[in-house]
Structures are given as C-alpha cells and as structure tokens.
Design a binder for this molecule. Sequence first.
Ligand code: C2G
Length: 153
Amino acid sequence: MKKTILTYGTFDMFHIGHLKLPQRLAELGDELIVAVSTDEFNQVKNKTVLIPYDQRAEIVANISCVDRVIPENDWEQKVKDIKKYDVDVFAMGNDWEGKFDFLKEHCEVVYLERTKDISTTQLKKSLTNFLSIPKEDILNAFKVIETLRKDFE
Ligand code: C2G
C-alpha cells in the first residue's frame, strides 16, 4: 500500500530548514504532498511574505523528494485534503506541536524537530539590522579593516 505524507508551510526566503523538513518527511512514506500557503492566505494570517506564491511553490515543487505541491488557501482545508489525497501521515515541524492533534481521527499526526538556528523571521531580522546600519558606518568599517590589513602586511 502506498503511504502518503502531507505537510503545510509558507517557505518564504527558502533556507536549509525548509529543505531538511521535506527530506525527512519523504523517508516516512512513498508520496510527499506539500501545501504552500497562498499570498491571499498569508494576508489572512497577517504574515508578511517577501517571495510570491508562484515562486515559493515552484521552489518546493523542485525539491526532488516532493511529489506534489498544492495551494493552502485557508485553515479549514486540511481535513478535505487528507480525504482527497488519501493521506496516511500529516506532519509539521514541532513549532506546531499539538496544534493539529484534532486531525488524529483522520490520519497519523507527527511533529518533527525543527532545524536549529535558522528561521525566516531570524533572516528578516538580520537583514533589517544590516539595512539599518548607516552607509557611512559601513564605509568607515571597511576603511578600518583596510588600515588593519596594511598593518599586517
Ligand atoms: N521548519 C523547520 N526548521 C526550521 C524552520 C522551519 O523544520 N528551522 C519547518 C516548519 O516547522 C514548518 C515548515 O518548515 O513545518 C515550513 O515552515 P514555515 O514556512 O515557517 O511554515 P509556517 O509559516 O509555519 O506555515 O497551515 C500551517 C501553515 O501553513 C504553516
């Protein structure tokens, strides 16, 4: 019997955590379906997303272990998707621990350890910090580094 795995995500500013999760999920079964949240749904979630849906979906669809990408349009579609695709395992990273236990009446529910020390929120913060540094300060920093380099020559 083919074992089907289903997961959901935004996958904005794609990073190693977004790659390792599907890779680990694919080991749990034969077919991996990933639902990528649409731009409209992210607005509903008040989530600022930098990369538009089409590009996020294309990136996820090109992960070799992903068999199918579907749009995530709302919170309610999960039960419908589980029935439509005859899903055996619903899975998420453990930042969602317990949040989808109500799906246990329809299929197995698992939460996998997140990849440590990387997140889109963290990347956005680093970028904001970097972009908030006045240009002069960056140029001065380079001048100091250049002086030090000459000193070490
Ligand atoms: N993830 C991970 N390790 C990280 C970051 C993310 O394993 N360092 C996992 C998350 O736990 C999630 C998946 O990668 O299972 C996608 O993460 P997000 O894009 O942040 O997804 P999210 O916004 O949580 O969307 O209906 C549910 C939502 O669509 C989930």
